[in-house]
Write a protein that binds this ligand. Structure first.
Ligand SMILES: NC(=O)C1=CN([C@@H]2O[C@H](COP(=O)(O)OP(=O)(O)OC[C@H]3O[C@@H](n4cnc5c(N)ncnc54)[C@H](O)[C@@H]3O)[C@@H](O)[C@H]2O)C=CC1
Ligand SMILES: O=C(O)CCC(=O)C(=O)O
Length: 408
C-alpha cells in the first residue's frame, strides 16, 4: 500500500527518476532476535525490527509497535509513511518505525519489560538522539519508553531523555503527548466540519479502537459536544444511539479489559459498526479495515484516519468516486502524535519544560497549517486529499535529497 501510494504520487509529481529511487527505498532495515525468559522459566525468542527510511532531514522518528502481526514489511511501510508525515508537518526528521512480533495481551508486565529492555539493548548501536528517536505505537506506552530511556542512559552513564519521546512526564516527557494524537484527530475533524458547515453539537461519531488514539479522539470529540454513538476494540463493539459516556466506558474497559459488556450500550457487530450513519468515522486501530468490501457502504461525512494505513488503495478508488466523503488522510490526521513528540525532543534538548497549554496551542497551529495546505493543494490540482498530503510530504523529501546531492 505504501509503495503503491508513493508510485502514484511520484508519477503525479513527475519526480526525476534518480531522486524517486532515492526517496523510495529504506536506508537501513534492522532485524534482531529478542530472547527472554518467560515467567514460566522457559526461554522464548521473539523477532524485532527497526526500519530507518531516510536520515536526510534529521534523525528518523517513529513509533515502536508490539503486536503479533508485526513483520519487516509492515514496519518498512509504516517507516515510509512516517517520512511523508514528518515532512508534511515540517518536522526536521526522516521516517522510522519499529516493532516486536509478540502479543502484549498474553504477556505479564515483567515479560513486557524483558522484551523491551532486550530489544533496546540489541538496537543500541543504531539509535541515538541524532539518529533514531522512538515513541509509543500499538501495544506500547509511556512505561515502554521509560524502560528504553533507562537502558540507553545506563549504557551512556548519564540520563538521556532525548533518546525517546512519549515518556512519562516524571522522566521529562512532554505535557500533552499522551493525548496528542487523539486530540489532533478530533481537532482536524472540527476543521473538516467547519468546511462542511456541520455543527459539533449536532454531529455524531463512530470510533474503531479504544487505545491511546481512539480513547483520546473520543474524549476530545465528546468535550466538543459531538455524540459518540459507537466504539469498538479488540473485544467487540458497542452502540448507543443517544451517545456513549466516554469516561464511563474508559473506566469500564480498564476494569474489565475491553468495551464489550458495557451496560450503558448495546453490542453491535464490529464490521457493521463501520457502516452505520455518522458525521465522523475514525478508524483508530488496524490497517486495511476500510476496503473494497465496505467502502461503498460507508455512511460517514468525514473519514478521519487515526490509524496508519486503515484504507486500502482499492477502497481509496471507491471513495474518490464518491463526492460525499471528506477524507482526512492518515499522514495528516494522526500527525498530532509525532508533532508533540518533536516538541518533547526540543524540550529535552533544551532541558526545559513547556506547559500543556503551550504544547496544545502550538500543536493546533501546526495541524491547522498542514490541513489548510492540503486543502489548498487539492483545490489547485484537483487531487484527492491523500494524494495532496503525500505530494506535499514527498516533494519536501525529494527537494532535500536533490539539494544535498549525491556523492559520485
Ligand atoms: N499512539 C500514537 O501516538 C500514534 C498511533 N498511531 C496509530 O494509531 C493506531 C492505534 O494506535 P494506538 O492507539 O497507539 O494503539 P493502542 O495499542 O493504544 O490501542 C489499539 C486499540 O485498537 C484495538 N483493536 C485491536 N484490534 C482491533 C480490532 N480488530 N477491532 C477494533 N479494535 C481493535 C485495541 O483493543 C486497542 O483498543 C495505530 O495504527 C497506530 O500506528 C498513529 C500516530 C500516533
Ligand atoms: O511520536 C512519534 O514519534 C511517532 C508517532 C508514530 O509512530 C506515528 O505517527 O505513526
Amino acid at each position: 500500500m505504501a509503495a503503491s501510494q508513493f508510485d502514484r504520487t511520484a508519477d503525479f509529481l513527475g519526480l526525476d527518476n534518480a531522486v524517486r529511487e532515492r526517496c523510495k527505498w529504506p536506508k537501513r532495515l534492522i532485524t534482531v532476535t529478542v530472547p527472554i525468559q518467560r515467567d514460566s522459566g522457559e526461554t522464548e525468542v521473539f523477532f524485532g525490527y527497526r526500519v530507518q527510511h531516510h536520515l536526510s532531514r534529521g534523525p528518523v522518528k517513529g513509533g515502536l509497535r508490539f503486536h503479533p502481526d508485526v513483520n519487516l514489511g509492515e514496519v518498512a511501510a509504516l517507516a515510509m509513511w512516517m517520512n511523508w508525515k514528518c515532512a508534511l508537518m515540517d518536522l526536521p526528521y526522516g521516517g522510522g518505525k519499529g516493532g516486536v512480533s509478540c502479543d502484549p495481551r498474553q504477556m505479564s508486565e515483567h515479560e513486557m519489560e524483558s522484551v523491551t529492555r532486550r530489544f533496546a539493548t540489541e538496537i543500541l548501536p543504531f539509535i541515538g538522539p541524532e539518529t533514531d528517536v522512538m515513541a509509543p505505537d500499538m501495544g506500547t506506552n509511556a512505561q515502554t519508553m521509560a524502560w528504553i530511556t533507562d537502558v540507553y542512559s545506563t549504557h551512556k552513564g548519564y540520563l538521556a531523555p532525548d533518546i525517546v519521546t512519549g515518556k512519562p512526564v516524571e522522566l521529562q516527557g512532554s505535557q500533552g503527548r499522551d493525548m496528542a494524537t487523539g486530540h489532533g484527530v478530533a481537532f482536524l475533524i472540527t476543521r473538516a466540519f467547519s468546511k462542511l458547515k456541520i455543527k459539533e453539537k449536532d454531529a455524531s461519531a463512530i470510533i474503531q479502537g479504544f487505545g491511546n488514539v481512539g480513547y483520546h479522539a473520543a474524549r476530545t470529540l465528546s468535550r466538543y459536544g459531538v455524540s459518540i454513538r459507537g466504539i469498538s476494540d479488540v473485544t467487540g463493539a458497542v452502540w448507543n444511539e443517544a451517545g456513549i459516556d466516554v469516561d464511563k466506558l474508559k473506566e469500564y474497559a480498564d476494569k474489565t479489559g475491553g468495551v464489550i459488556g458495557f451496560p450503558d450500550a448495546a453490542p453491535i457487530d464490529p464490521d457493521d459498526l463501520l457502516i452505520q450513519p455518522c458525521d465522523a468515522l475514525v478508524p483508530a486501530a488496524l490497517e486495511r479495515v476500510i476496503n473494497d468490501k465496505n467502502a461503498q457502504q460507508l455512511q460517514c461525512r468525514v473519514l478521519a484516519e487515526g490509524a496508519n494505513g486503515p484504507t486500502t488503495p482499492n477502497a481509496d478508488a471507491i471513495i474518490e468516486q464518491r463526492d460525499d466523503i471528506f477524507l482526512i488522510p492518515d499522514i495528516l490526521c494522526n500527525a498530532g502524535g509525532v508533532t508533540v513528540s518533536y516538541f518533547e525532543w526540543v524540550q529535552n534538548l533544551q532541558r526545559y519544560q513547556w506547559t500543556e497549554e503551550e504544547v496544545i496551542t502550538k500543536l493546533e497551529t501546526k495541524l491547522e497549517t498542514a490541513f489548510e495546505k492540503v486543502i489548498w493543494f487539492s483545490e489547485q490540482n484537483k487531487t484527492p486529499h491523500r494524494v495532496s498530503a503525500l505530494a506535499l510530504g514527498i516533494s519536501e523529501v525529494a527537494a532535500t535529497k536533490s539539494i544535498r546531492g549525491l556523492f559520485p
